[in-house]
Ligand binder design. Structure first.
Ligand SMILES: Nc1ncnc2c1ncn2[C@@H]1O[C@H](COP(=O)(O)OP(=O)(O)O)[C@@H](O)[C@H]1O
Ligand SMILES: [Mg+2]
Length: 272
């Protein structure tokens, strides 16, 4: 079903081809993740259940250390759960072999980090082109697609600028373009506005909302920003290892935002 032809280039669309246009696209069942820190066991996720419909934009809020990043990493197959399962279009990620997992990470998911994780000495276009080069596209194809995507995020004409020379908000636009250049179905963003000032955060959030709609994405955004979270379709709160809907979520986000503001002032940006 999944195969690769010569030069490691994926040629089979079956991971993405089986996905229905509506209904559930992503599901988490009884997700548990524990870490060992010395003699201590940390359990950020302790029975998380989640069903995400195609086209939804969901905010995951919760205090720092609640497990938001851990959850996004499991949903993106960047890490594996201690127990429980993640299903993409009805298929357990656990059942995927190495090639399918790589395809899932590279083509089904676009991931945006709080710190953009761009290669600072490479140009904006080279950073955006990177996932396509990894997929085996030619440099010409990849750079053309990168230029198109830079235009979509409002950075037309900035292709040749080094990533390190861009502002924080511009770097995050490049990171969004890089996340979406492979036309993934899922956009997972881990506090994408966490390092930005209020105005840049607003611009980045609006950009993500616009691209979410225009590209029929399914988006999950971890954020401390309560007012941005409220503008998604659904807010979920991660607390004590569980995901909860509703009013508690908004209260949790307010506490988290206050904590982040405090930590940011002390550490110039806080943790990623
Ligand atoms: N690789 C790891 N090893 C040990 N502990 C970890 C690891 N990753 C995360 N943790 C711990 O798990 C908890 C949840 O972390 P995280 O998912 O980063 O929370 P959040 O993103 O909500 O701030 C924290 O206590 C963190 O220290
Ligand atoms: Mg985090």
């Amino acid at each position: 079903m999944y195969r690769r032809e010569s030069a490691g280039v994926a040629v089979d669309d079956s991971i993405l081809g089986d996905v229905p246009n509506a209904g559930e696209i992503l599901r988490a069942e009884k997700l548990r993740k524990s870490f060992h820190s010395g003699s201590q066991e940390i359990v950020p996720l302790d029975g998380v259940g989640l069903s995400v419909s195609r086209g939804e934009m969901i905010a995951v809020v919760g205090p720092s250390g609640a497990g938001k990043s851990t959850l996004l990493h499991l949903l993106a197959a960047l890490d594996t759960p201690t127990s429980g399962a993640v299903y993409f279009a009805g298929n357990s990620l656990h059942s995927f072999g190495e090639i399918e997992l790589a395809d899932f990470r590279n083509r089904a998911v676009g991931f945006v980090w709080q710190r953009h994780h761009l290669l600072p000495d490479f140009t904006a276009a080279e950073n955006v082109a990177m996932p396509l080069l990894i997929m085996g596209k030619t440099a010409g194809q990849a750079l053309r697609a990168a230029a198109d995507w830079l235009a979509k995020v409002g950075l037309a004409g900035r292709e040749k600028q080094r990533a390190a020379e861009l502002s924080g908000g511009e770097q995050q636009r490049v990171a969004i373009a890089r996340a979406l250049v492979n036309n993934p179905l899922l956009l997972l963003a881990d506090e994408p506005t966490g390092d930005l000032d209020e105005r840049s955060a607003e611009i980045i959030f609006e950009l993500m909302q616009r691209l979410h709609r225009s590209h029929h994405l399914t988006s999950i955004i971890a954020t401390h920003n309560l007012s941005l979270a409220r503008r998604t379709d659904r807010v979920l709160s991660l607390e004590h290892g569980k995901l909860m809907p509703g009013a508690e979520a908004l209260a949790g986000a307010a506490i988290g935002a206050a904590q982040t503001a405090g930590a940011g002032a002390l550490t110039q940006g806080g943790r990623g």
